[in-house]
Write a protein that binds this ligand. Structure first.
Ligand code: ZN
Length: 475
């Protein structure tokens, strides 16, 4: 019997077993049904799945893993499929789509924790916390469709990292199905637990390569009762950084978000996003979008922010500022920031980087990286925006107006090398929040410490000796 025929028979037998257990409705095999699960939104990575299976409980996930192991078929765990680096795209694997595992198992306002299944949509978790007067602070553009299991598997970042940390910092306990089909139950809701290695952190950020996260205990925080939002115009990234430092000193933990927009991003948003309006009469080279929040209803954040910005103006750090005086105005300011990615699509092809450096080096990085890009291609249109308060920039380059998109994209390796070398020189990271997936595997080998990389490979071999989980990703 030929190899291909043999593989086909094994796959058929496996699928029959899975259909018996899950029901035919939850084992998709038609190409058209599987389409939403085999490619990302940007369609950069072609994928192909043997099937998409939709378990409804941890025991079913364990059954699927056991069966796949017996049949030697690999699996790709998948949440809302909102990734950007190909991490959830299957290549001849079975996709385990966790969306049906969407129960909130427990919520404890006193302990300030919520226990949720992996398929819970992020926004549903946020809303459930709010219903009991608590905050779950993870917040990112895809929150209406991304799932918490995916957020944890990729250690998602977003707009509140400055105050609350990454997804990793918001987890107390995990339930994980391992490669042998056993279930690691570490669903503890403890803030103190010194009983050896903290295994949950192996799975958080592992991009589905070590196990399938099926549930998590997440930290909750006091619900903010007051908020202030401002957009500030500055001349240079160095002024923006100086402003950040002044506000951080003065406003402490009320500073929840500090985002950066360059002129190019603002122009792109104003020209392509319906209803977007420049709150200033003149344009500035750099902008900071600032948000303060507090659980203390008596604290007048608008007044505090206004006083801090007035001092920054006196110190020549700020050129102009608008403070939102309603939630509608606040939303309008945030919309300018949140529409940058969409507006950039309208400006043509773009080469993207998701980097971090120490916050103290962010302005130097913007200047040096911009100069490098212009030396590669003098007509480069640089769109470096993002989470400056976390030292994280989406350092994107838009296609020059008079250049062919394909010719521009051909320069990707050159731009990547130059930007990532600079990141490495500054002790930064080539992936701050999007992960490695398929997109940055070769880059990871170039920039990660070789001893750390070898340890990652040994951990992978130990926990997943058959290479069943998300093969070809990350490592
Ligand atoms: Zn981001």
């Amino acid at each position: 019997m030929s190899d291909a025929l043999n593989r086909q028979m094994i796959a058929e037998e496996l699928l029959n077993t899975l259909v018996c257990q899950l029901g035919a409705d939850y084992v998709l095999t038609e190409e058209s049904d599987m389409l939403p699960y085999v490619q990302e939104q940007r369609r950069l990575y072609p994928g192909h799945a043997l099937a998409v299976v939709m378990p409804t409980c941890t025991a079913e996930v364990a059954f699927i893993v056991e069966q796949c192991r017996e049949h030697g078929v690999s699996l790709v765990p998948q949440g809302g499929n909102t990734g950007l680096v190909g991490g959830g795209v299957p290549q001849q694997s079975i996709v385990v789509a966790l969306g049906r595992m969407n129960r909130i198992r427990d919520i404890d306002p006193t302990n300030a924790t919520i226990t949720v299944e992996a398929g819970c949509i992020l926004q549903v978790v946020q809303d459930a916390a709010q219903d009991v007067g608590r905050l779950f602070p993870l917040s990112l553009a895809a929150e209406g469709s991304c799932q918490i299991g995916g957020n944890l598997a990729t250690n998602a970042g977003g707009i509140n990292v400055l105050r609350y940390g990454n997804a990793r910092d918001l987890v107390l306990g995990l339930e994980v199905v391992l490669a042998d089909g056993s279930v690691m139950n570490s669903l503890t809701a403890l803030r103190k637990d010194n009983t050896g290695y903290d295994l949950k952190h192996l799975f958080i950020g592992s991009e589905g390569t070590l196990g399938i996260i099926t549930a998590a205990v997440l930290k909750l925080f006091p619900l903010p009762r007051g908020k202030a939002t401002a957009l500030v115009g500055c001349d240079t990234p160095h002024q923006v950084l100086a402003l950040y430092e002044q506000l951080r000193d003065r406003l402490s933990d009320t500073l929840t978000a500090f985002e950066f927009l360059p002129r190019f991003a603002m122009d792109a948003v104003l020209s392509h996003i319906h209803g977007a309006r420049d709150p200033f009469n003149v344009g500035y080279a750099s902008y900071a979008l600032i948000e303060l929040t507090t659980p203390d209803a008596d604290l007048d954040l608008n007044a505090r922010l206004e006083a801090a910005l007035a001092d920054a103006f006196e110190n020549d750090v700020v050129r102009d500022a608008v403070i939102a005086n309603s939630s509608t105005q606040s939303k309008a300011l945030w919309r300018l920031r949140e529409s940058v990615a969409e507006a950039q699509i309208a400006e043509g092809a773009s080469i993207k980087h998701d980097i971090s450096v120490p916050v103290s080096g962010i302005a130097d990085f913007i200047e040096a990286a911009s100069a490098t890009c212009l030396s590669i291609l003098p007509t480069s249109r640089i769109c470096a925006f993002g989470h400056v308060g976390d030292g994280n920039l989406h350092f994107n380059i838009s296609q020059p107006v008079d250049m062919n998109a394909a010719a521009f994209m051909d320069l990707t390796p050159q731009f990547n090398r130059a930007i990532h070398d600079l990141v490495a020189d500054m002790n930064g990271s080539i992936s701050a929040e999007h992960g490695i997936g398929l997109a940055k595997r070769t880059e990871l080998r170039r920039y990660k410490d070789p001893i750390a990389l070898a340890m990652m490979e040994r951990i992978k071999a130990l926990l997943d000796p058959q290479g069943l989980f998300n093969p070809g990703k990350l490592l």
